[in-house]
Design a protein around this ligand. Structure first.
Ligand SMILES: Cc1cc2nc3c(=O)[nH]c(=O)nc-3n(C[C@H](O)[C@H](O)[C@H](O)COP(=O)(O)OP(=O)(O)OC[C@H]3O[C@@H](n4cnc5c(N)ncnc54)[C@H](O)[C@@H]3O)c2cc1C
Length: 395
């Protein structure tokens, strides 16, 4: 269906696919800057799966098309520009590839087809109240009892745990000499008795992440990935799978288009915002940064295609890409001016009567706050700076 040799033609085909297949209600939700509902997302996953492109970067054996990183990035970009939501990377880019690399044949058969069908949603149980950047300090325990582990403890900041079917969770199965030792990687059905999920409403008004409590939760031993006490290697490998995607080129381009649309449609003191010098200067600055980011990402893609190692400097894509998203969101708020002030919590919580006059303006402040999280999620910017300082600059 999609061209495998000509990237420009491939781009056109993806564009056409999104245009024809993306449901109108979901396109509208994303255009207005709102959070899609789980039902909308699952319906979209299923439509992509029916078109054979939910997990195109996976090998053919597991329902993928073996796309290159370059194809995958074009795909993500066109999806974002066409108004499609970001796909759940925890499910498709993290646990899927982990199962392929470290899972037993039984575990692969059990989970991979379900994930590739778009029906199964996963969440990531790593962070704890006292273990984030210093993840190896985690304290959630799992004690062996015959053929089961009994888990006690709690996780926090677990994205979309309230909707997830399964969780992969890091637990301490032994006190090792080093904190990285004695950690195991378990899978748990979210319906298992003893799991309680408490959503956290963020400053932006959305419940994007949760606390997850484990109270004597029994998990069969065959739901452990890899060896007991050797989960740290698996835990770290997750982050390798999507390092290039963290440049978020498509997400940045989507925001640029949104800001342009707003600036062209708003006037202040009788002048179009798009014609005002302050706006033009900031827009040009961000657009130049985006072009530079895209060129940098292309350099890494070419290196990977040539079979070279990416190296720690790839961390810069995450830092630049996420900072740029924040700057677009800030420009959006400034372009809207006072219109962006309301934080429509009731509307965001699903009360239609509280809808703002202009939906896109109504979510601008929320999205700006939401974007702050990019500094932290996926490894904080300070930690990325440390990595670059030590491993690239040898400081
Ligand atoms: C939007 C979002 C989604 C998330 N989703 C998930 C999820 O699904 N599952 C999950 O497990 N976790 C998730 N997290 C949690 C995230 O992984 C952690 O917040 C992150 O690892 C940081 O940990 P912390 O919050 O405990 O902060 P801390 O590690 O306590 O850091 C606090 C501050 O100190 C700085 N700092 C810490 N150590 C150093 C150091 N050595 N040098 C310099 N500065 C340092 C940090 O950069 C930060 O500014 C999510 C977070 C966000 C924002």
């Amino acid at each position: 269906m999609f061209s495998t040799t000509d990237l420009a033609q491939f781009r056109q085909e993806v564009r056409q696919f999104v245009l024809e297949q993306l449901p109108a209600d979901l396109r509208q939700t994303i255009r207005q800057g709102q959070q899609p509902t789980p039902l909308q997302l699952i319906a979209w996953h299923e439509r992509l799966a029916a078109g054979g492109i939910l997990v195109p970067h996976w090998p053919a054996k597991w329902g993928g098309l073996g796309w290159t990183v370059a194809q995958q990035m074009v795909f993500d970009e066109e999806m974002a520009l066409g108004g499609a939501p970001e796909l759940n990377s925890i499910t498709f880019d993290m646990i899927g590839p982990v199962l392929m690399r470290f899972g037993s044949p039984d575990q692969q058969q059990r989970f991979l087809p379900a994930i590739a069908s778009g029906k199964q949603w996963w969440c990531q149980g790593y962070s704890e109240p006292n273990a984030g950047s210093d993840l190896a300090g985690l304290g959630t325990r799992a004690e062996r009892d015959g053929d089961e582990y009994v888990i006690n403890g709690s996780k926090i900041w677990t994205s979309y745990a309230q909707y997830a079917d399964w969780i992969f969770v890091l637990v301490r199965t032994e006190r090792g000499e080093k904190p990285q030792e004695g950690i195991s990687f378990l899978l748990a059905d979210m319906k298992t008795p003893g799991i309680t999920v408490r959503p956290i409403i963020g400053i932006h008004g959305w419940p994007v992440f949760c606390e997850v409590f484990f109270d004597n939760v029994r998990v069969p031993v065959d739901q452990r990935i890899g060896e007991e006490n050797r989960g740290w290697t698996i835990a770290k490998s997750l982050l390798e799978f999507e390092r290039l995607k963290l440049a978020r080129i498509g997400e940045n381009k989507r925001r640029m288009a949104r800001v342009r649309e707003i600036a062209l449609s708003r006037t202040r003191g009788g002048q179009r915002v798009a014609d005002m010098p302050w706006f033009r200067e900031r827009f040009a600055d961000l657009e130049s940064r985006l072009i530079a980011l895209e060129a940098n990402a292309a350099r890494f893609v070419a290196r990977q295609a040539a079979g070279e190692r990416l190296g720690a400097e790839v961390s810069m894509l995450k830092m630049r890409g996420s900072r740029l998203i924040q700057l677009w969101e800030e420009l959006m708020v400034d372009t809207l001016g006072p219109e962006a002030m309301p934080l429509c919590r009731d509307w965001l919580a699903g009360k239609p009567d509280a809808a703002p006059q202009d939906a896109l303006a109504g979510t601008a402040s929320s999205r700006r706050f939401l974007a702050r999280g990019y500094t932290i999620a996926g490894g904080t910017s300070e930690i990325q700076h440390n990595i670059i300082a030590k491993q690239v600059l040898a400081l």
